[in-house]
Design a binder for this molecule. Structure first.
Ligand SMILES: [Zn+2]
Length: 311
């Protein structure tokens, strides 16, 4: 039997799960905080312990697959940098886990792997050309083209949130200006609403302002919140048109917390995408869907990578 361990590393939470055969439902799943409240264990110690805790007693594990929130070289398994885990710089994660567990290890960027999971098991099943965009605290992406995950020479491809949409716009988490993430990710939408309110715009919304509360207030008729999501939708749609021109996919899958906003975001996004495509052919048979996997996207993506690599 082919059994897999999948792990998903987050800035606040670590998860690991044990999967058997063709099942998408884990046999055992555990989660823990990334940081030890007493400051004794490192995130790496905690991840190692978690993987050991889901390990089956009497069954063989064919591979360990790990999703990382940040740039990683999937060929060497070195984490270049994990923005929410500052001590992980040039960390040879694959080598470390392979030695510790004497089992093959595969690693990938979490958004890339979420794309792979949606393509293999979720909203994009049956498609050969897929674009995945996750909109939450940041904007990540993944591209499947000809049934292959696009990685690039160093495995750094498909950073779809880090394209410039406003020259000299707000500073992005990556340090550059005017990236899509700095305009349409959850915190960026919230920041725009806060700025508008501080300049006197009327709104029913009281602090703390989050993208989820903006969507809720917008649905209830708050004009400022509707404008905020229409603005984010406009820039997202414009970027999607750019991606259509480059990759010509048959499906766009949108994941992450902000994707749960509903038509208040999706309608302006779709409209803007239509307005910005250079030819209607890009829209022929194009599907636009919300991701099938929410919270568990990283784990399912890691599982997909394990199965593809050691199937
Ligand atoms: Zn950026």
């Amino acid at each position: 039997m082919k059994n897999y361990i999948a792990a998903d590393v987050g800035g606040t939470q670590l998860r690991a799960a044990y999967y058997t055969a063709e099942n998408l439902k884990s046999v055992k799943i555990l989660r823990t905080s990334t940081y030890d409240s007493k400051g004794i264990e490192t995130p790496l110690d905690r991840l190692e312990k978690l993987v050991a805790s889901v390990w089956p007693d009497d069954e063989e594990v064919i591979a360990i697959s790990i999703a990382i929130p940040g740039p990683i070289n999937p060929y060497t398994g070195v984490v270049l940098r994990a923005p929410n885990i500052p001590e992980w710089v040039n960390l040879p994660l694959k080598e470390h886990f392979q030695k510790r567990f004497a089992t093959p290890v595969v690693v990938g960027n979490d958004a890339n792997l979420a794309a792979l999971g949606e393509w293999m098991f979720g909203a994009g099943k049956g498609h050969h050309h897929l674009i995945y965009l996750t909109i939450s605290t940041g904007i990540g992406g993944g591209i499947i083209t000809n049934d292959q995950l696009l990685l690039g020479v160093n495995g750094l491809a498909a950073e779809l949130g880090h394209i410039t949409v406003i020259t000299d716009g707000p500073i992005c988490s990556c340090g550059q200006r005017g990236h899509l993430e700095a305009i349409a990710a959850g915190p960026a939408i919230a920041r725009w609403v806060e700025e508008e309110i501080s300049q006197g715009a009327p709104s029913s919304l009281m602090p703390p302002i989050t993208a989820a509360r903006i969507a809720e207030a917008g649905r209830e008729g708050d004009a400022l919140c509707q404008a905020a999501l229409a603005r984010a939708g406009y820039f997202l749609g414009q970027s999607l048109a750019d991606f259509l021109h480059i990759f010509n996919p048959s499906i766009i899958v949108i994941g992450g917390g902000v994707s749960r906003s509903g038509p208040i975001l999706f309608d302006p996004m779709r409209q803007s995408m239509r307005e910005h495509v250079m030819a209607p052919g890009y829209l022929d048979n194009l599907e636009l869907k919300v991701a099938a996997f929410g919270d568990e996207a990283g784990l399912i993506g890691a599982l997909a990578l394990g199965r593809i690599t050691y199937g």
